[in-house]
Design a binder for this molecule. Sequence first.
Ligand SMILES: [Zn+2]
Length: 201
Amino acid sequence: MELLLPRACAGCAVAGTVLCPRCREVLAAVPRRVDTVVDTHVPVFALGPYAEAHRGVILAAKERGNLAVRRLVGAVIGAGVRHLQAAGELTHDVVLVPAPTRQRSARLRGGDPVSAFCHSSGLPAVDLLRLDPATADQTGLGASGRRANMAGRVRLHRAAPGSPVVLVDDVVTTGATLAASVERLLIAGATVQAALVVAAA
Ligand SMILES: [Zn+2]
């Protein structure tokens, strides 16, 4: 594969490596609590702002078949969860649940990157949530538009786990996707401890 794909840092595009030492350091920052416009009902933690290395790896992970970057981001998510466990923000029995994505866009990307992050985090993870196919792309919608677009659109395709859940997503913008997902999980009887995102826009 290296012969086919020239290597460049996913965070900053410097040549020669999947992720350069400087971007690794930026991504190793501890998760911080962020505020969202839409009430998500649980604390939301972000590993960084939607800029520079964080933005770079999110975009790179969306490229079809970019497994190396997906695994790296998964490891960063795993480290973030363990930090929050050590800080007492999360219990040690949590299971990661990827936030739902529109299936068409996930297929075009060669699988859902957020699901890949969760399954390469080293922590228990279960794909549980799906978006109603009729859900419109959120791009260009404001907070109230996103809230309306997401309301009632999240589906469960298997039983909710008995263990407490940490909802995971790549980017939080208004919090509308997280809020709709948390609401659906609560209706299903799940305990949701927090949401963790790679970046806050
Ligand atoms: Zn870099």
